[in-house]
Design a protein around this ligand. Sequence first.
Ligand code: ADP
Length: 624
Amino acid sequence: MIKKIRFYQTINAKIVMVIVMVIVFALQLIGANFITQTERQLISNFQENQQLQTNFLENSFIPYLEMLEKPEEISEGIIPEDEINQLIQDFSGTEISNITVIDDDFVILGNSDGTLQSELGQILNDTDARTAILQGSSISRQIIDPTTNTRRWKIVKTVYSPSDPQKIIGAIVVESKIEAVYNQITEITWIFLRASLIAIILSSILANMVSKALTDPIKEMQEKAKAIGEGDYSGEVKIYGTDEIGLLAENINELSDEVERGQRRIESERRRLDSVLANMSEGIIATNRHGVIDIVNNMAVKMLDHSKNNIIGENILSLLQIRQDYSLRTLVEKNEGILVYFGEEDTEKTILRASFSLIQTEAGFVSGVVCVLRDVTEEEKIEKNRKQFVSNVSHELRTPLTSMRSYIEALIDGAWKDDELAPRFLEVAQSETDRMIRMINDLLHLSRIDSGKSELEKELIDITALFAQVLNRFEMLIQSEELREKNYQIEKNLLAEATFVDVDADRIVQVLDNIMNNAVNYSPEGGTITCGMKIKDGYVIMSIKDNGIGIPEEDLKHIFTRFYRVDHARSRAMGGTGLGLAISREVIEQHEGKIWAESKERSGTTFYIALPYIPYEEEDWGWV
Ligand code: ADP
């Protein structure tokens, strides 16, 4: 976020203010000095000038004042007072407003003011003049003229007798208009102020221009830097010169290019990483050092069945529901990873193997944790099934062997001598051996299917005829001596026409035998086995229905599992291996068909076998 700068905070304003202030100070200093000096000079000039004029007047009056002291020396026809007055009247001094001449008794001898001629011969009432004569010294000082209220320069010059330098023979009082000097100074001050004002205005304009020349490129650079920050690398800062600012502008342009290149590099790296992550078969979750998730790939989202937005920001321990059992540290230390189970209570759980590793900087600082998730549900299931299978096989083989062993023991213990028992015991041993052989054969068959070694020898056969053949065989079987009294019925609702399918006939017969056997075995006495056939959705579907004991719903989904039996004892008693339906399913799936069962407890079971069927036209065989 770039802050907005207030006007007074701008460099422009600061430069202008500093320059104007410097100029104001300089002008103040120069002005104060200059005006005081000028004032002093003008006043002293004025005073000197007045003094000179006064001296000149003094020299003019001395003879007449001397005459007044020594009336005997007055030449004929000369009246000294008149002469003095006349001299004053004739004197045309500059700036002088009034000249008064008195004798040592303060009697006014002459006055320059025409209106004051009546005062001639009178005593001058002037303190300065009296003081000067009494003290024998001259006085000069500034006074205010009460009538005009202006400043005057007053010189009282005592006049000494040339013959007796100790004797005062009179005094000259000269008043001059010093106000004019002050007016001059005021005028000069005004001129100076006006000039200063113009200088300030001009200098602020100039300062503004100079500072703008400095700040404009800075502003441009600031805007460029802001644009770089917002990811806009277009355009370049204009380079105005080769000074420091020019170099800075050049550096900013280079920086912009470098940042853009870097950004592109990062972007392409990120995309590469994204596509690697997206296409991985493993789920990847990355967290910060506190375990809060910041990266997750699609596979992880799919595995965890969450939305991506819900996962980001969540703690990985909570997400995997392992907070109670582990801490991040213990997980990272577990090299082989851990298994986590996901899914609703009653459904089949997804099993994930989660392996954790640290994300570390070069300096060894831990910046986060990466978790790799692998779906091992299938592997775990296979492993579980394998274990189950081994245990089942061992169990299945141990039961007949134990039973055989007890019979053989009984025979050894003497039963072989018993004509009645011995053949029965041997028969049991034989049937158990047969069952074991059947089971081993079934297992071998399944193992061949599992390893892909059991190849089908397919040929196009009429499945209607094949089904009919199997049923005919079973009709004969139920009529046999053994089963006749059970009074089983077989009802055939087969298709009327030949239905050709591409199958391995022997295997299909094996499946049909299996299901028919079960139907017979689980049917009650007098039960009817209904066999049907139909063609639907590209399949020929055969059904074998009995009205036997049925299969409970919870067992129905397991009956195609190896060794699964609803009633173990009954199955074993009937010589079943528990592998018949498992083999049937494998065989039908090898044919890309389907096999399933519907059942209702105590009212019967229906098995369906669906095989892929492509109806053919007569013409297809035209070339035969
Ligand atoms: P078995 O050798 O025990 O018959 P199968 O794989 O053929 O093994 O059948 C598995 C189990 O399915 C049997 O043990 C039995 O409990 C049940 N089953 C199969 N067919 C029927 C049926 N028609 N009626 C009732 N239960 C059946």
